[in-house]
Design a protein. Sequence first.
Length: 248
Amino acid sequence: MDNDKISLQMYTVREKAGQDLDGTLQKIAEIGYRNVELAGLYGLTASELNTRLANYGLKAKSAHVQFALFESDPAQAFADMHALGCEYAIVPFLAPDRRQTRAQLEEVAATLNRLGEQAKAENLQFGYHNHAFEFDKVEGTSLFETLINQTDPELVKLELDLYWATTGGADALGLLKQYPGRFPLLHMKDMAATEDRVDLPVGQGILPWKEIYAQAETTNTAYYVVEMDRPRIVFDDITDSYKALQEL
């Protein structure tokens, strides 16, 4: 895999970065990563964080930003994306009270379209990242189906988390085949074969990575983003995933 396409979701190293941001960034760079996906600013301004990243040869190609900020102050959210040099601005989560009815799901899709149009005007790509709940049935549909069917592919990209989609009962590889071009960003973490189905580094679980990568490359996936929600030994885990991606 092209190293320029490999990224790391900083949520994976949240505890380390909270204790020692510079040391964590240095370690990430030493492993070989050149790109990261942000999940917060660590109390810095966007410009300050961009400078810290640059000190270690790292670039923020994408960032997770809370839906509430996009809705309340999109100008600030997009200004931060520009200051960080991000290409993609991603909504990472939807609160439970906004996904109880079909009408709510359709309202979310409409809001994402509107924000996506604003992002496009700012020369940014806008998107949404899934967990497992997007595949739960709500009045005969699901949030995932609503997003696929009611958001404009030119305005709203989808960051497919392969582990969480599988947890939600979906066929992750099947989704890539069924909706080519909808997923320019992929979250890369494996699933254990054991009953607990915990997340693991790429290549250490049951997901069919060679087939996933082959399919993803046919649709010009922009970035493969390593993430673990529950890392074991965090730097070992992100090293293992990095090496596995390089070997694909």
